[in-house]
Ligand binder design. Sequence first.
Ligand code: FES
Length: 61
Amino acid sequence: MNPDKVVCYCLNITNGMIKEAVDAGASTLEEVQEATGAGTVCGACREDVRHLVEQFVRERN
Ligand code: FES
């Protein structure tokens, strides 16, 4: 995974920023949205963000 790859273009949120939010305790799409804002503007990235969150939560546990 490239941590610098942008997932949410509206807010320039990268893979690494999603992972940081999950490592800091966010476990759902909604919690990551609150922490980073990812997926809260146009919504186009929401499913991609959701899949990343699920993956990072699995890796965290
Ligand atoms: S690309 Fe993420 S909210 Fe628009």
